[in-house]
Each structure stands twice: as C-alpha cells, then as structure tokens.
Design a protein. Structure first.
Length: 89
C-alpha cells in the first residue's frame, strides 16, 4: 500500500483560512482549502493543504506574521491510518 504525505495549516477562524488560500493563490503557490481532518481537534474546521512539492515554495510566506496564530501539521497516511505530527517551519 502506498504511503501519502502532505502538510496542513490549521487556523483559529474561517476567515483566516480563506484569506490564506487567496494569499497563496496570489503568490502562485498551490494550496487547497479543505475540511480539517477529525484527527486534529483544533481550529475552525478548515485547513490549507499543501502537497509535499509545494512546501518549499510556501515556506518563506509561512514565517510571516499573517500565520502566527496558525498550527502546522505534517500528515502521513500509512496502511490506511492517518498520523498528524507537528510541523516545524
């Protein structure tokens, strides 16, 4: 079974999550607004999903003040089980 890895940014409010999606779109970084997986019990219920190959393009923007209240996670799916680890940017 193939393992999957991606990154999530969780926000305290829906407006912040939607603003982040628009922000990344302006910066030409592919980011997708998705429902927050139930394994993460924080935030507004929405998250930004970044594919592994988009992380380096997004990293410089993640260190800016607009993301200071966000939570960052590295998500892996191994043998059908989803694992969320803190992602240190």
């Amino acid at each position: 079974m193939m393992n999957e890895c991606y990154y999530l940014i969780a926000f305290p409010g829906t407006h912040a999550a939607m603003a982040a999606e628009a922000f990344f779109g302006e910066k030409q970084v592919h980011a997708k607004l998705i429902p927050l997986p139930s394994i993460i019990a924080a935030g507004c219920g929405f998250a930004i999903k970044l594919a592994t190959n988009d992380v380096e393009a997004a990293r410089p923007f993640l260190k800016q003040g607009a993301f200071e209240s966000a939570s960052f996670y590295r998500m892996t799916k191994e043998n059908g089980e989803i694992i969320a680890d803190d992602w240190v940017i």
